[in-house]
Design a protein around this ligand. Structure first.
Ligand SMILES: Cc1ncc(COP(=O)(O)O)c(C=O)c1O
Length: 383
């Protein structure tokens, strides 16, 4: 299998476990198991009664019901629980695509959303999000890219890493485009509940049967280590995914399913405090960026907890981020992980104390980092 190395994962393997402060993440601050036990009143007896036998292929019935009720139309036959949404992406791309298929993907994007299709031998068409347009997705461009040849459209809104999103009307338009082409619409809703000024967008599956919606507990729920995601799709599609799953992970762990069910049933207890923290942190980050306009430019995100910050003066973004991690203990993601070396992804889902400390160290790094290009300073400060 010829598949591109997942750049972001290589970067995180180098630093995620050693950096003192992580402002690289695309998710909110993580919860401990003790916090979950308290919040959901999970007793030792609850845990003791879980028998660690094999679970069901599509997920435990209670978990599928909880997912269907909170994220779908309540119909459990459309729900498959997966080991993180990564597994769902892997199964979808490898089950539904064939060499030569045309796939329209957002660019930049989380690499899994396009590299697996590429490894299958698909032809990719890029729906570009541009800083100059405030990363706003241009539906006219989507209209030009999507046609009768399109087998699959892969989008993620609110978007990692830019925080861009669609209005409900634009979402409708995209669904109409997918329906017109008869294409699968893969709707990655990893950050669905993390929105600031706009409504949470609905599952497109309620309108279009060939849509496949992905979700996860890793981002808005602060539970990336639980490794629980899901896929909402027509039963015939899930059937195709099962064929491949039988050769990979088979199912989830009953212990994990138990905790995940409680987390989803009580979702607001996890999401609301973290969203409030992120909202507050976002204001701090925007104000920091305004005070550092000679170094950075930032588009205010509509959702998610990351921004794709432009750093026009930095020649080698990986060198810049490595020095920041090595000398200041602060972890960022270089834009090269998203194919754009002029940017860094900054995550603001962490605690406010961590963000404040990290930004002050980042400030120092900008002022002392030697290989900065000077023209940008002159242009920016004279603008
Ligand atoms: C847009 C997007 N989709 C899916 C995933 C996969 O997350 P997980 O496998 O933890 O659910 C990520 C992780 O960063 C992501 O950013």
């Amino acid at each position: 299998m010829d598949i591109a190395p997942a750049h972001l994962e290589y970067w995180l393997r180098d630093y995620y476990f050693t950096a003192e402060i992580d402002i690289s993440c695309s998710g909110v601050e993580s919860f401990s198991f003790g916090e979950l036990r308290q919040l959901f009143n999970i007793t030792p007896d609850d845990l003791d009664s879980i028998v660690l036998r094999d679970s069901r292929t599509l997920g435990a019935p209670d978990l599928r019901t909880a997912i269907g009720n909170r994220f779908g139309n309540g119909k459990t036959e459309r729900v498959m629980a997966t080991n993180g949404s990564s597994e769902a992406i892997y199964l979808i791309m490898n089950s539904l695509l064939e060499p030569g298929d045309e796939v329209v993907v957002l660019d930049p994007a989380y690499q899994q959303l396009f590299s697996i299709a590429e490894s299958v031998g698909c032809r990719l068409k890029h729906w570009r999000l541009r800083f100059e347009d405030s990363f706003h997705p241009d539906l006219a461009e989507a209209r030009r890219l999507i046609g009768p040849e399109t087998r699959m459209i892969v989008v993620n809104f609110p978007h990692n890493p830019t925080g861009a999103s669609l209005t409900p009307e634009e979402q409708d338009e995209l669904i109409d485009l997918a329906a017109g082409a008869g294409a699968y619409l893969v709707w990655d809703a990893a950050f669905a509940e993390l929105t600031y000024d706009s409504p949470v967008l609905p599952d497109p599956g309620t309108r279009y049967d060939r849509s496949i919606t992905l979700g996860t507990l890793s981002k808005a729920y602060g539970l990336p280590g639980l490794r629980v995601g899901w896929c909402l799709a027509a039963p015939e599609v899930l059937e195709r995914l099962v064929r491949l799953r039988d050769y990979t992970t088979l199912a989830l762990s009953p212990l994990v399913e138990h905790v995940a069910t409680r987390a989803i049933e009580n979702g607001d207890l996890l999401v609301q405090p973290r969203l409030a923290q992120a909202r507050h942190n976002l204001e701090l980050l925007v104000s920091w960026a305004n005070r550092h306009s000679e170094f950075v430019q930032l588009v205010r995100p509509q959702g998610g907890v990351s921004v794709f910050m432009r750093v026009p003066g930095v020649v080698d973004i990986e060198d810049f981020c490595r020095q920041l991690a090595d000398e200041y203990g602060v972890l960022l993601v270089p834009g090269t992980s998203f194919g754009d070396p002029g940017y860094v992804r900054v995550g603001f889902g962490c605690s406010t104390t961590e963000l404040t400390t990290a930004l002050s160290r980042l400030s120092e790094h900008f002022h002392t980092y030697k290989p900065l290009v000077t023209e940008f300073h002159q242009t920016a400060s004279s603008a």
